[in-house]
Design a protein around this ligand. Structure first.
Ligand code: 8YV
Length: 350
């Protein structure tokens, strides 16, 4: 090792002890207040760094890494990484990691909470009661849709999709249908109690549809006016994936005109901005991207990201091999800038 310690940038305030943990091994530049980093700010902050710890709010591509000649490792605190231009990182030899597994159950819990809240009109009922409207009660006030005995649809059947399927099948006795890029092996389908169907069949058959697929250019607005028109008008739509999967204006139109009964969104097309048309609707539950937001899970996510970051800087038990590398091929084909323990790396510029 050279005598220079690796330099690391932390893009947002995380937990109180996060920077201290990193500072045991690295020279850390931290960000003390929640900050919206534009491209210029990212370029400037990345320029001298060996590694960075970022959230999904930091969008990093070719422009942002152009001057970051020492950057070896980007640890993203989150499982989704559509904020990263992976081909650009690959071309530069920069390894990136995410935080799968630790947030699966917490995010599935949120998906199910939103489903129950939207289908049974919980938030709308709360507002109505607080508005002093109980005196206007009638037998048909706040009629919602059942979960038990209904058909649950899941679009995207990765870890979180499977955790939602288990909840629906084993917990609520729901029939569970899913659509995914690839069908699960039969024993896995059986374990989660879900059956594979085509996309159109999924839309048409389910009473409740939960979106949990990774966001890519191919599935931008996959839930558009045409897709919504295929759903039952009594159905519930839940999006806990990424905002761009749903055409929000088409959703507003369907909810406002009785073509979809209810919805819940945790993610939006233009976070943190929420369309006024969504805010104006009663039959939608809106939460501010809190899918993984339990204390234990957010702590676990930061720990996983820290471990990956340090590994990418040649430090710790996984030195040179970040466990959750999303472009691990750079490690096997030798194009990674990554640091391997014991090698002099921090003075090496490409
Ligand atoms: C965020 C998420 O990471 O993991 C993901 O993909 O969307 C969330 O867990 C979290 O909100 C922190 O930004």
């Amino acid at each position: 090792m050279t005598d220079r310690r690796p330099r690391v940038w932390v893009s947002q305030p995380l937990f109180d002890d996060t920077v201290a943990q990193l500072a045991l091994h690295c020279d850390v530049v931290s960000t003390d207040a929640v900050t919206k980093h534009d491209s210029a700010s990212l370029s400037a902050n990345l320029a001298d760094m060996d590694g960075v710890l970022i959230t999904l709010n930091e969008r990093i591509g070719a422009a942002e890494i152009a001057n970051a000649s020492a950057l070896k490792m980007i640890a993203n605190v989150g499982v989704g990484y559509n904020n990263l231009d992976v081909p650009a990182l690959n071309a530069a030899g920069i390894v990136a990691s995410n935080t799968p597994d630790v947030l699966t159950e917490t995010t599935a819990d949120l998906g199910f909470s939103l489903l129950m809240a939207a289908a049974r009109r919980i938030v709308e009922s709360d507002r109505w009661l607080r508005d002093g409207k109980w005196g206007q009660w009638s037998f048909t006030t706040m009629l919602g849709a059942d979960l038990h005995g209904s058909t649950l649809g899941i679009l995207g059947m990765g870890r979180i999709g499977q955790a939602i399927a288990r909840r629906g099948h084993h917990g609520f006795g729901m029939k569970v249908l899913y659509h995914n890029r690839s069908q699960l092996p039969a024993e896995q389908e059986q374990a989660v109690g879900a059956s594979y169907v085509g996309f159109d069949e999924l839309l048409a058959s389910v009473d409740h549809l939960v979106l949990v697929l990774p966001y890519t250019a191919q599935n931008h607005h996959i839930i558009n006016a045409a897709a919504l028109a295929k759903m039952k008008p009594t159905a519930t739509l839940i999006n806990i994936a990424r905002g761009g999967i749903v055409d929000e204006l088409a959703l507003v139109d369907a909810l406002a005109n009785g073509r979809l009964a209810s919805a819940a969104l945790d993610v939006y097309e233009n976070e943190p901005n929420v369309r006024p048309e969504l805010l104006a609707l009663d039959n939608i539950v809106l939460t501010p991207h809190i899918g993984s937001a339990s204390l234990a899970t957010r702590r676990a996510m930061v720990q996983v990201a820290l471990d990956n970051l340090l590994a990418g800087l040649g430090i710790g038990p996984d030195a040179g091999k970040p466990v959750n590398a999303i472009n691990a091929e750079l490690l096997s084909n030798g194009t990674a800038r990554i640091a391997v323990a014991g090698k002099k790396i921090y003075d090496k510029k490409r």
